[in-house]
Design a binder for this molecule. Sequence first.
Ligand code: 13P
Length: 336
Amino acid sequence: MGQLEDVARALVAPGKGILAADESAPTIEKRFKSIDVASTEENRRDYREMLFRTEGAEEFVSGVILFDETLRQEGADGTRLAKVLEDKGIIPGIKVDKGAKQLAGSPSETVTEGLDGLRDRLTEYRGLGAKFAKWRAVITIGDDIPSSYCLHTNAHALARYAALCVEAGIVPIVEPEVLMDGSHTIERCYEVTDRTLHRVFGALHQQQVPLEQILLKPNMVLSGSTCPTQASVREVAEATLRCFRNVVPAAVPGIVFLSGGQSDEIATAHLNEMNALGGGPWELSFSYGRALQAPALKAWRGKKANLEAGQAAYYKRAKCNGAARHGKYTAAMEAA
Ligand code: 13P
């Protein structure tokens, strides 16, 4: 196997998944605001260092996606945070997109920016120790959207990003997120996710991206967050698996789901059910942001005295999701 395949497979090793800790400056500010903590460089460092130094998390966490600032940042003792991860056998990754911006001519939709200068940035990130990258496209469901124009434009950009990553020796995580916001049904989410993924894999093929060297980071197929009838855990798992079996080639080593605003326990239950049902050719794993961090953030509250409580909360979520990788997560694990 080549080097990129090895990294992609290591990221979806049995029982393990990815922590997304790559919140942009405005997003981490929002998360900190929810616990009344100012988003200073030091607080951002202390919070992320707390997560990264959690003892035993490496049993369940294969890689961490970092924001530009964090990849360059040193911990309180002067060790680079990327090195803190590497010393535990956790692979550092980097978010390289520059965010979803209004799509010209279709103001209710977005296209993700960041391609200009990306080749040079990837070379620099590689030098700083990043072995994988992430680019997130955002697809919104509404009455007349997503448009074909939006899907095409985002898929094209995702494929250009992925091709540049492979050239630079970095595993691309390809993230087309169909948002769960809205009152749409799970059937509508299925249809839009299917259309989105068809476009994405079409663009990856056209731009000659080797699928063995990427990971896919998609949404699950869910009822819209304000849909009056919410699909059950079993229904979500079945719809998601059916959708992906129809459109994700077997060459892709792993599917690492985003949590996208699901509660931490539901996100774990969904992943668990999919692995219990099984039947796909790829590893089914996680690349959660909020669903891994929310309890840790609440336990920490910006106080040094709460570091251990924050780490315990993060460890518990990592362990539950590690069990969900084998379909062995139980309600008793939450009570423990
Ligand atoms: P969530 O799991 O909070 O959706 O974050 C994952 C992520 O990286 C979104 O881009």
